[in-house]
Write a protein that binds this ligand. Sequence first.
Ligand code: O7E
Length: 229
Amino acid sequence: MRDLLGLAERKKSRLILALDFVSGDPAVFADRLLAALEPLVVGVKVGLPLALRMGFRGVCELVERYGSGYYFLADFKLADIPDVVREELALLSEAGFDGSIVHLFPMGLEEALSGVRGHDVFGLVAMSHAGSRLLDEHFEDLLRYASRLGIRGVVAPATKPGLVARARAFLPEDYLILSPGVGAQGAEPGSALRHGATFEIVGRSITASEDYYGAAERVVESQRRVIGE
Ligand code: O7E
């Protein structure tokens, strides 16, 4: 399993690239981005839209080809009964992914997650869009639950910086906070880090840009001003 924090230190970056939307042939598009962005991007979050376009075999090939330079995160937002979640995590780990995103609201996941080895689990405690009322109302509950599970970290929205700060204050120190919502959804690069996030997840403001290298570079430069590198 790749060392997420080690890669971040080496690249002096806290950028995780969200790959959901593609233009043209998905394999060619992903290949072009990943070949170019390795100096700037620490992790690649593979979303379901990309997997549906490329097919799971195509995604696995991508993970294999670029595995030496990136941490690979499977974002299929698992939210099933514990036995199924356990099996999904085992298969994603086998496919070469270093970590997965899991919804915590089904709860009862203690046993399923305690057996997971060599694969990081990140739980969602709130969402970045304006309408996520039900989840956000249970933010404190989900945060408490996440802290008891002994997982690698949580996903908390950059668009709601108060929640990121609250998560940082509440969670054990070794929990990572991944923060989406930077760029296309309005949060400024570096802003979630300033509130205590460990990584910022950025998708369309890089993937939809004609100058995707320049867009990623601007994000990382802002981040370096916050983390002092
Ligand atoms: O808006 P973009 O294009 O920068 O992409 C944001 C990505 O973060 C996208 O893949 C989306 O699925 C994810 N995300 C959110 O945007 N908001 C959330 O609340 C949670 C996630 C998410 O789960 O990301 C997993 C870490």
